[in-house]
Design a protein around this ligand. Structure first.
Ligand SMILES: Cc1ncc(COP(=O)(O)O)c(C=O)c1O
Length: 480
């Protein structure tokens, strides 16, 4: 039963992982069963003991098995609905985007205000900052009416850059110079400026899998290739696989959501952040760090962006006010360190500068303390929405459905029973007045065919509940 193929280009330890997982999925290995000892597995599979150990340790990190002192490794009992991401049987290769037309249809759903909005990640809507932002805008107009209608400078309004620098100091104790920050048209332009300053057409970009579809579209539109790096449902990107990918493919840049990534809603642990800095240095790879959800942890401390842990010269950090305050303002930023002149040149060439009135308004919003007060009230609403959504999914979806456990942000990632085609579900949902995001668009190779992402970043209403129940019934029908 247990044989690895030494000619195959998949790493041996990963083949061992696949063998064990296949046995778990077929029911040969059940929760509570002991895995074969390292020695025995090494003999039967024809690989070394360290290779088997590496596979077992990785399975433990993925929470599929647990080690018991002096006893060995055992198959873990999964909690109800606990998400386990699929392992791949073949190593990921750099790829172009496969599902452009589906992505366009998803955006049609997102942009249609008549649909129940479960397809868009827009947490700032869950508890609107409209009143306080309007007051801030009025104050700005009273103070600087003429000026606010003109062009902002290329790098952006100094008082806003200073407030962003102060926010990093205040929340994570990081020292950022306002002159290292460039204000952008939302997080998406921040990602564009950052990526295009460190990579060119034809370059290979490492992304987490699953990953934010906007990154994949950006990589594709710049003529670059994405290579997927496995993630763990609790801890984000797997650094072991990242290093192996560095050895195998000429990766130029990593583009990772290190904090509360979309769609998993989990963050890279502190010790992994430090390891990531070292890996980037060892292999001379740049990092475009997407930190747009950084302020939206449900509980506890905001994690430190990787840039501030070292390797500043090769890391660019992107932020945005879209997720926390006002997506329509289209204000984001890049913390670019030494690359700021290059970023400024690109900003000038691509869009000159960003909306001045919005920048002045946000500077006032932050300086008045209203931003922090707003975050304080937004986070518990998102947490509550997340709990409600998870409870409804557990109640109304087939029992094989598994869900992520987001630690913040506004989206839930669902694995549906294998035979459910998420695209069919998407079409049926759109016809029934509900927008969702099918799993296909979160991978360049259109995997995750039986996954969907649901958003809880909007005010919770009866319609939200009905939509989730309806989706559960449809999934049950498609699975039958
Ligand atoms: C992970 C991630 N990064 C970046 C963005 C883009 O942010 P913005 O709306 O500020 O352009 C989004 C928006 O959905 C996102 O989810």
């Amino acid at each position: 039963m247990l044989n690895v193929d030494k000619q195959c280009d998949t790493f041996l330890y990963r083949q061992v992982i696949d063998l064990i997982t296949e046995n778990m999925e077929s029911g040969t290995l059940l929760p509570g069963d002991r895995l074969p000892s390292l020695r025995k597995m090494s003999r039967t599979a024809g690989v070394s003991i360290p290779t088997v150990r590496q596979a077992y340790v990785e399975l433990e990190r993925r929470r599929r098995v647990e080690s018991r002192p002096q006893s060995g490794f055992y198959v873990r009992h999964l909690a109800a609905n606990e998400l386990v991401l699929p392992t791949r049987t073949t190593a990921a290769r750099p790829a172009h985007l496969h599902c452009r037309s589906l992505m366009e249809r998803v955006y049609d759903g997102i942009n249609n205000p008549d649909l129940v909005p479960l397809g868009i990640a827009n947490p700032s809507m869950a508890k609107s900052a409209a009143k306080t932002l309007h007051r801030a805008m009025k104050r700005v107009m009273a103070r600087a009416e003429e000026r606010s209608l003109g062009y902002a400078s290329t790098l952006g309004e100094p008082s806003l850059r200073r407030q962003i620098a102060y926010h990093y100091l205040d929340t994570v104790g990081a020292q950022v110079e306002p002159d290292e920050i460039c204000i952008t048209n939302g997080g998406q332009e921040a990602l564009l400026l950052a990526l295009s300053s460190v990579a060119s057409a034809g370059d290979v970009i490492a992304v987490e899998t699953p990953t934010y579809h906007g990154m994949l579209e950006l990589i594709d539109s710049l003529g670059m290739l994405a290579v997927e790096i496995e993630t763990c449902p609790e801890e984000g990107v797997t650094l072991e696989q990242l290093e192996r990918t560095f050895k195998k493919h000429p990766v130029k840049v990593c583009m990772f959501s290190t904090t509360l990534g979309n769609p998993l809603g989990v963050s890279l642990p502190d010790e992994e952040r430090t390891r990531l800095v070292k890996l980037l240095e060892d292999y001379d790879v740049a990092l475009v760090e997407d930190d747009v959800y950084g302020d939206l942890r449900f509980d506890g401390q905001r994690p430190m962006p990787v840039q501030f842990l070292g390797g500043k010269a090769r890391i660019l950090t992107c932020g945005s006010f879209s997720k926390t305050a006002a997506s329509g303002y289209r204000i984001g930023w890049v913390v670019a360190g030494e690359r700021i002149d290059e970023i400024a040149r690109r900003k000038r060439a691509f869009s000159c500068s960003s909306g001045y009135l919005q920048q002045l308004t946000l500077a006032d919003f932050l300086a008045s303390g209203d931003y922090n007060r707003h975050l304080k009230s937004l986070r518990p609403v998102l947490k509550r929405n997340s709990e409600r959504m998870q409870a409804l999914v557990a109640e109304h979806f087939p029992s094989e459905t598994r869900t992520s456990r987001p630690a913040g942000g506004s989206v839930l990632w669902l694995e549906l029973p294998k035979m459910v085609d998420a695209e069919k579900l998407f079409d049926a949902a759109m016809a029934a007045g509900i927008s969702i995001a099918p799993g296909h668009i979160f991978s360049p190779c259109a995997c995750y065919l039986n996954f969907i992402r649901l958003s809880f970043g909007h005010p919770w209403t009866e319609k939200t509940e009905e939509a989730i129940k309806w989706l559960g019934q449809q999934v049950a029908k498609l699975a039958a």
